[in-house]
Design a protein around this ligand. Sequence first.
Ligand code: DC
Length: 220
Amino acid sequence: MPAPSDFKIIAIDGGAATGKSSTSRGLADKLDLMHVDTGAHYRTLTYAMLKVGASPESDNISELLGALSLDTTLEGRSARLSINNEVPADSAIRSPEVNANVSKFAAIETVRQKLFNYQRSLAEVAQSANYTGLVMEGRDIGSIIFPDADHRFFLHADEATRAARRANEGQTDSIAARDQMDKTRKTAPLVCPEGATQVDTAPFTLEEVIEKIAKLILNP
Ligand code: DC
């Protein structure tokens, strides 16, 4: 197991389609880190809630959340959330229905509380699996989940570039509407954490962004 002082936590935040996932996965490969996509956590939880017939307006959300048991499955170097022993397929957590509801569920305080301790505990999962560190991507990683992270980055890109990226992935997604909800919610809004390094991903290729961030991590 790596010594705790050698273990590095890297937080990558940003809006939808700013390049967080591809960049985080690329960094994990390059620097031998465990990768965690917390957007997938909110999507998996949204999927599980929709499956039992709940909506973000349901008045028994806390009770329904209590019946969900969270665990982790490692797929390569990515840690995936399982809920009641199910890791739903990527296509299921990126469906138009989940896209339309995920920001609403993510704005609910009890939903965020349910994921807070789980997400923090993934640092120990990474250490036990002998990774030299953890790269976690989301909206509140550098501000709320790991404000003490060794490196914090905030990715952004102009709206046209982001819409083109989603279209290339064949996804129906209202990026601007989701960002607006994520930025204006009361609990853990999407913000650039104080002291984080901002990276505009629009003018660069994925490889260039990964290289740029890896250099900043290795030669701070
Ligand atoms: O990264 P993504 O687009 O897959 O995230 C889906 C939604 O999950 C996003 O609109 C807001 C929410 N989310 C969040 O509130 N906090 C996080 N740390 C990650 C995602």
